[in-house]
Design a protein around this ligand. Structure first.
Ligand SMILES: Cc1cc2nc3c(=O)[nH]c(=O)nc-3n(C[C@H](O)[C@H](O)[C@H](O)COP(=O)(O)OP(=O)(O)OC[C@H]3O[C@@H](n4cnc5c(N)ncnc54)[C@H](O)[C@@H]3O)c2cc1C
Length: 470
């Protein structure tokens, strides 16, 4: 590879198109090419950031003025054992490519994000959680081992037993200690391509959280939609979904439902409108009165109790049903704020936050709730409690008011003993990170950074915003 830097200068952005930063873009295909880019960075004095599919809501995969290593072309399946369900992949493989490879053999990824476009490297670096976090934990708990190239040039293999400190820090370490070059994961056995789903309405926040708490232990997946525009006695109303795997023998035709074609989402909405045009239809409704009206109709239609069967892909990746839905948010794009709160304090903290956002005229247009359990990874975002993810529309006129609101959210979440997720929030300050992670965790992270990356080659906009000064 003879890299000419200027030819590679590109403007990259985050998933919500609310942040952008120019960088020198490289697409490595093998480990030696990553090592060459580290060397180039060393010589040119530039920093390096790994990037998967760029689906983080914030600046985790941005590196203004530096080098971005885009892993999407390093996406081969290196080994697959359909008997044990163990798979080894390159980090640029997407969740879509993963489930399509394993489902026909009766396996499903144990943890998936709400979109299948993310890469395994990005999923490990963020240590993603799914709608089953309370039962299956984060994706890192299903990693058998990974190899990673450190900026020092060392290729390390890590598992929970071998190089355990690096294993627990690089998973969830946002690519700041080294870059994953191969990942071995354990898949989950499934006997059908379908899930048994139940959906029902919840009238307020207290009921919303109580019903998640009561239902989660009984079900494989639990997730809530929260109407963040509803106030007063309806504050926190929404709809819950639980889903369960079918047991062996329950699906009369598993050979059909396990096929990829059976899972694939239809190309047209109501059989008429091409999916690619849907975001244009959504755009006129993405304002305060429009979202309030749509949410009210959605809540009223979804109040009753319904049970049905749905494919894995349709249940997990509902958001992918509308390609580029984020474009409906307009030129300013969107950001997401996700807070993780202990079950004892969640209701009061979210009541305060939702009320505050409505009073400021900045309601969230989409709220999603989940049940979580703690994990042992160094920069963990999980708690024994719940998370609430809130999407906000960004405009030229509300940007600074929104930033101020999210600062107040941080204060409320910290007071309530909560945690934050570095794949989502774009306003987290170093003091907030210090407060929720604690000095000891940060000191451990700094020690590992010095050992793996003594010249600080691996930096990102997220690193400079939060970790450099934390
Ligand atoms: C619609 C939508 C739904 C989502 N739902 C969920 C959800 O349910 N649960 C959840 O936890 N998250 C969710 N997310 C967030 C998403 O899963 C994470 O941001 C994930 O990291 C994105 O993966 P990516 O491949 O796009 O990585 P990027 O956004 O490109 O990068 C994310 C981080 O990974 C690092 N990275 C990328 N590749 C490597 C590598 N090879 N080695 C080392 N570091 C690397 C980057 O430096 C960066 O810090 C969702 C995002 C979207 C857009």
């Amino acid at each position: 590879m003879k890299p000419s830097l200027l030819e590679r200068f590109r403007l990259l952005d985050n998933f919500g198109h609310s942040l952008a930063a120019p960088a020198y873009l490289f697409h490595p295909r093998k480990v030696e090419e990553i090592a060459e880019v580290f060397e180039l960075a060393r010589q040119s004095g530039l920093s390096v950031t790994a990037r998967g599919a760029g689906r983080s809501y914030n600046d985790a995969a941005l590196n203004g003025g530096g080098i971005v290593l885009d892993f999407q072309q390093m996406n081969r399946i290196l080994a697959w054992d359909p008997v044990s369900g163990r798979i080894t992949v390159e980090p640029g493989l997407t969740l879509c490519q993963l489930w399509q490879a394993v489902l026909p053999d009766g396996w499903w990824p144990p943890v998936v994000s709400g979109t299948m476009t993310t890469t395994l490297g990005g999923c490990l670096a963020a240590n993603i959680h799914g709608k089953n976090n309370y039962r299956m934990g984060v994706i890192g708990e299903h990693v058998v081992e990974f190899t990673a190239l450190l900026p020092t040039g060392e290729l390390v293999t890590c598992s929970s037993k071998h190089n355990g400190d690096l294993f627990r820090a690089m998973i969830g370490g946002f690519g700041l200690l080294g870059v994953f070059t191969s990942i071995t994961l354990q898949m989950k056995r499934v006997y059908s391509g379908l899930l048994n789903v139940r959906a029902w309405g919840v009238p307020d926040l207290a009921t919303h959280l109580a019903e998640i708490e009561a239902n989660a232990p009984e079900h494989d997946y639990t997730v809530g939609w929260l109407d963040a525009t509803a106030g007063g006695r309806w504050l926190g109303r929404g709809q819950l979904h639980t889903a369960d795997y079918l047991h062996e023998g329950e699906d009369p035709n598993p050979s059909q439902t396990l096929r990829v074609e059976y899972q694939t989402l239809p190309n047209r909405f109501f059989g008429l409108v091409p999916k690619s045009l849907l975001h244009d239809f959504m755009a006129p409704f993405l304002n305060n009165p429009g979202v309030w009206a749509v949410n009210t109709v959605k809540y009223l239609l979804g109040k009753g109790d319904k049970c049905y069967r749905q494919s894995h892909a349709a249940f997990h990746f509902l958001l992918d049903y509308v390609p580029n839905w984020e474009l409906a948010y307009g030129r300013g794009g969107l950001i997401q704020y996700q807070s993780f709160l202990p079950k004892q304090t969640a209701a009061d903290a979210w009541r305060e936050m939702l009320t505050l956002s409505q009073r400021r005229g900045l309601p969230s247009y989409l709220g999603v709730t989940k049940r979580h359990r703690p994990d042992g990874f160094l920069l963990s975002h999980s708690v024994d409690g719940f998370s609430l993810a809130l999407d906000f529309k960004v405009t030229a006129t509300n940007r600074s008011r929104l930033a101020a609101l999210l600062q107040e959210f941080d204060r409320i979440v910290l007071q309530a003993g909560g945690r934050f997720y570095f794949a989502k929030n774009s306003e987290t300050h170093p003091e907030t990170a210090r407060a929720f992670l604690g000095e000891e965790t940060l000191a451990q992270f700094r020690r590992l950074k010095k050992r793996c990356d003594p010249e600080n080659l691996l930096e990102s906009d997220l690193y400079r915003r939060v970790f450099e000064k934390a």
